[in-house]
Design a protein around this ligand. Structure first.
Ligand SMILES: Cc1cc2nc3c(=O)[nH]c(=O)nc-3n(C[C@H](O)[C@H](O)[C@H](O)COP(=O)(O)OP(=O)(O)OC[C@H]3O[C@@H](n4cnc5c(N)ncnc54)[C@H](O)[C@@H]3O)c2cc1C
Length: 267
């Protein structure tokens, strides 16, 4: 059966930042933020599940991260994934986007016989949008970035619309292909109750792929395989500017108009 892979990342919920979200040294205090499914990876999984419904294929979800990232994999099973893989090894720590992509590309090869890979456009923590294109390059797959709509899929190719900033392009791509999916592409489905009952248990075995299993040389992964190094981190505090409140009644509106005219005539 045709295999489709979705790359899903567990990320800190950067939409709900509290005061203790950053450490003194400017790094993210991951313990203070809930870990969530990277939002656009849910759109990627939704597109893969729609492909499955139209074409009939097996959907595999891969995440690279610590053991806690299995939460993302379980959620994928609730939504309709057929098989999930945790990619984890201490040697993967400190990976930049290239080292991350090397490992993910090897994991996709391990799944074997994959014709389509779906990734999110961007992760909300690292924010680089580099991983999808790098994985496509390493695997020598065709690449369509920033897909905003699944148009159709057939045995030979997939057709998607993509955001090209000033216009929307419709691209028909032959397999094998990697598609990065943007949040406009679809509304992710809700978890299926029957699947939740089946996969909720703690004893669900999730296969883990480590460096040795994937046969990745140490110099290609983790800190050793990362050509970029963080030079310095600056903690930016956003502060609000001065503001003036006006009452939503006649006096307030009169004062607002007077101040606007004053500002205009003083320029
Ligand atoms: C020098 C350096 C050191 C770093 N050290 C660490 C570290 O020690 N620990 C750490 O946690 N991070 C570290 N990072 C961050 C890490 O490199 C990125 O989180 C990771 O490479 C993904 O990049 P991104 O978040 O920009 O993803 P993007 O490129 O924005 O992600 C695009 C898509 O790729 C897929 N994807 C990305 N990452 C994964 C993943 N892990 N599993 C599955 N799919 C994925 C998802 O589909 C995602 O939507 C470091 C980065 C740098 C530059």
């Amino acid at each position: 059966m045709r295999k489709v892979v979705v790359l899903a990342k567990q990320v800190p919920d950067t939409a709900n930042i509290a005061a203790d979200a950053m450490k003194e040294d400017g790094t993210v205090n991951r313990g203070a933020l809930p870990a969530i499914f990277n939002p656009e990876d849910l759109n990627a999984l939704e597109m893969a599940l729609q492909v499955k419904e139209q074409l009939g294929c097996e959907v595999h979800v891969i995440t690279m991260g610590p053991n806690t990232a299995t939460a993302v994999l379980k959620h994928s099973l609730y939504l309709g994934a057929d098989k999930v893989w945790l990619v984890s090894d201490r040697k993967f720590a400190g990976a930049d986007t290239l080292a991350t992509s090397q490992v993910l590309a090897k994991a996709i090869q391990h799944v074997g016989d994959v014709s389509m890979v779906f990734a999110g456009r961007q992760a909300i923590d690292g924010d680089t949008a580099q991983v999808g294109p790098q994985v496509a390059n390493l695997l020598d797959f065709n690449l369509v970035a920033f897909a905003t709509e699944l148009k159709s899929v057939s045995a030979e190719h997939i057709t998607v619309a993509r955001d090209a900033e000033v216009q929307t392009e419709v691209i028909q791509a032959p397999f094998p292909v990697l598609i990065t999916v943007s949040h406009e592409a679809n509304s992710p489905r809700y978890p299926n109750a029957t699947r939740m009952l089946k996969y909720f248990r703690d004893d669900i075995a999730i296969p883990t792929l480590d460096r040795e299993t994937l046969n990745i040389p140490e110099e290609l992964c983790g800190l050793k395989g990362s050509p970029t190094k963080v030079f310095a981190i600056k903690n930016i505090q956003l502060t609000g500017g001065a503001h003036q409140m006006y009452e939503g009644a006649n006096d307030g509106i009169r004062a607002l108009v007077r101040d606007i005219v004053k500002d205009y005539t003083e320029v």
